[in-house]
Design a protein. Structure first.
Lengths: 224, 92
């Protein structure tokens, strides 16, 4: 038997959805206000949204100031964001290029990975917008069956992909540690600085054929 | 008539000889350790197969393959697959 939705139930569901959307909007507005307040504390910095550094600004205002200035300067001209990216992707691109410049990585060599990362970020933003538009974790199917909202799964997948790329590019502290880069620079841990500690030159191998010795050959009776 | 002890002695000779040659080449013995163990086991298996009167062709081919791998640059990832039929060495 097909489930027929009661008008009251539909009305309740719609009300709940509207309430959820209103709550999320209120939370977003509150977050924006908080971000603006922090930027005021830093003082005299152009809008963080123009250089996509809102996240850094909240935690590390000084880094954000430097990065924002770098991102807007001529150094970044060589690494312009690809045209096909949307604003979110471009902001992610600029942010990543600025961080790479800060840690002394050549962003030109990482262009394909950067493009993939920026695209992944724009996909995340797109899917997240869909989730905000309809934030229901459990959906009810045509026959009343409960199913997980596929948008949530897609969002999780997209965020995971973006996080992987972020990590691979060294945009996170853990990722930087893994690839051996450090914002502070200097000699990597374990690298020998003294000449007497340097690795000795490898011995040049001589061509010595490795064959079965006569004793073994005799013992096997040249079987086979 | 070869005994298990004889087989082990022959295997030891084979491994010692291979180690000596590898060292002479300047190879890293740590990288070849697993292959040398395979060589010892393979040598023992050929002798055991002979003693049991079995067809030793597979074992001998396997041993030749191990030697070929040792002769080339020994890379752990490219170790040969062991033959499907193996002898249970329960002489003792």
């Amino acid at each position: 038997m097909l489930a027929v939705h009661e008008p009251q139930a539909i009305a309740v569901s719609a009300t709940a959805r509207i309430a959820a959307v209103m709550t999320i909007r209120a939370m977003t507005a509150s977050r924006r206000r908080e971000s603006k307040r922090r930027w005021k504390l830093v003082g005299g910095i152009p809008s963080p949204n123009t250089c996509g550094l809102g996240r850094i600004a909240a935690s590390e205002p000084e880094t954000a100031r430097k990065t924002c200035i770098t991102a807007g300067s001529g150094e970044n001209d060589r690494m312009n964001a690809p045209r096909e990216l949307d604003p979110v992707g471009r902001a992610a691109w600029r942010e990543a290029v600025a961080i790479l410049a800060e840690i002394g990585e050549d962003a030109d060599l990482s262009a394909p990975a950067l493009r993939a990362y920026a695209h992944a970020e724009s996909v995340v933003a797109m899917v997240r917008a869909q989730w905000y538009a309809d934030p229901e974790a459990v959906k009810t199917g045509g026959r009343g069956a409960k199913t997980a909202n596929p948008v949530l799964r897609e969002l999780e997948r997209a965020e995971k992909r973006a996080a992987e790329l972020r990590d691979a590019l060294g945009l996170t502290p853990a990722g930087r540690r893994r690839i051996g880069s450090s914002v502070r620079g200097g000699r990597p841990a374990g690298a020998a600085s003294a000449r007497d500690r340097a690795q000795p030159p490898r011995r040049k191998g001589r061509v010595v054929p490795i064959t079965m010795p006569r004793e073994v050959r005799d013992a096997l009776g040249d079987a086979g | 008539m070869a005994t298990p002890a004889d087989a082990r002695d022959v295997a030891r000779i084979a491994v010692a000889d291979a180690e000596g040659r590898l060292l002479e080449r300047g190879a890293d013995l740590r990288r070849c350790r697993w292959l040398l163990d395979v060589l010892a086991r393979g040598t023992e298996q050929v002798i055991a197969a002979r003693e049991y009167g079995r067809d030793t062709a597979d074992y001998r081919r396997y041993l030749d393959d191990v030697y070929a791998r040792l002769d080339a640059e020994p890379v752990v990832d490219e170790l040969p697959e062991p033959p499907k039929r193996t002898l249970a060495l329960r002489w003792d």
